[in-house]
Ligand binder design. Sequence first.
Ligand SMILES: Cc1cc2nc3c(=O)[nH]c(=O)nc-3n(C[C@H](O)[C@H](O)[C@H](O)COP(=O)(O)OP(=O)(O)OC[C@H]3O[C@@H](n4cnc5c(N)ncnc54)[C@H](O)[C@@H]3O)c2cc1C
Length: 438
Amino acid sequence: MSPPVDPINAIALPPSRADVVIIGAGIIGVAAALTIAQRGHSVAVIDKGHVGCEQSSRNWGWVRTAGRDPREIPLVMESQRLWADLNRVTGAETGHRKAGIVYLCESEREVGHYETWLKEVAQYQVGSYMLDAAGLERVLPGASANFRGAMYTPDDCKAEPAMAAPAIARAAIAAGATIHEGCAARAVERKAGRVSGVVTEKGVIACDSVVVACGAWSRLFLGNLGVDFPQLWLLGSVLRTKPLPGGPTVTTGSSTFSFRKRLDGGYTISRRGKALVEITPDSFRLMADFLPTAAVMRREITLRVNGRFFEELQRKRRWGDSEVTDFERLRVLDPTPNDEILDEGLDHLMRAFPFFRDLEVAQSWGGMMEATPDGVPVISAVDAIPGLYVSSGYSGHGFGIGPGAGRLTADIVTGHAPLVDPTPFRLDRFPRARRVAA
Ligand SMILES: Cc1cc2nc3c(=O)[nH]c(=O)nc-3n(C[C@H](O)[C@H](O)[C@H](O)COP(=O)(O)OP(=O)(O)OC[C@H]3O[C@@H](n4cnc5c(N)ncnc54)[C@H](O)[C@@H]3O)c2cc1C
């Protein structure tokens, strides 16, 4: 069951022309639209479902610098700066609060893992540091388990997934963007090799530039254009509790659970370190690309063969402009959460923090994360198709980096000086994505 998302005033019919069309109204698409509109370009955002209906409303709401790939640190630091001003810029509540993030360590191996990360990012002012057991008790009292310590990032933040993308979308509309829900993109039109329009289920939008910000669907959409975007799906299961007065306010993750205090007084809880990877034909097609990361993450992923293999096997990978597509058939990707994994997470949490023993579950949901082989997003032009851009592959951590990633996407599309060096996010770092099939 989908978590609730704040509604926006979308317009049913898309325009016949816009300078830029953004496909996907998740946090990335709407954040990019906000900047593009503020710079005076016409921009239309289309979504097959509605604003924030997929990953951007289903996530844990962590806005973190802690534990990031060093290549992302400059961008996430800019994002933190943008988040801090977002309630003012949008004139709305995004739930953004500085609450700090604690990563608990149960073993010396985990302590070593975070100490290594601190050395890797030593050149940046990330503000993270290690706590011993006594320090942890000061920051996060009430643990009954014996943790060896923790990594603490006091400046890290949180925000409300149900509120943030809609708030940014409304600000983008106020700046001149148009947003169209229930409007799937089927294909991209080209004239003399360069982008000239987007074919939607509600007609063609002529345009100069297209941004593919389709989240989990980017590989399928780009595949129809001949671009082999390496991306696999991972199923996350999440629950929220009814309001639970008191309790920890610092966002916390251990190897077996995570929790974040919500604005409504409840908690968002998950079983950390156990994402389900459902084996699909793409698992085999992309095996060589993903094997190195899968080997490092082997403790955190559970492989499963189920009906999705056959669903994906039957999925059409190429189609014509006039065909009804899977984007229209599956308006909102709303996977069933895995109750077994959620119960395991709750069990670990209640044993470690007895405070949570009285919680009442209000709702649970599934969210399909998507990942690139190196776990770093793609924010890039597609060199072989002038006018085509990709902003996707956020690999389970695109919410926190969303405002900065949207700004960087807008910079690349509008030719402004980039917010940060975009080189680490280039599409052509993946050899398979360099060729464009006819
Ligand atoms: C369970 C879970 C927990 C997570 N926790 C965190 C966290 O704590 N912190 C963090 O930083 N990140 C987290 N993430 C990751 C984060 O949510 C995503 O990286 C981020 O939301 C990606 O945003 P997006 O805009 O790229 O994609 P999405 O939000 O998925 O948006 C893509 C949109 O594109 C639309 N679309 C797709 N194809 C088409 C088409 N052909 N035509 C029209 N529209 C189309 C979809 O309907 C969708 O609305 C989590 C993700 C999950 C699932």
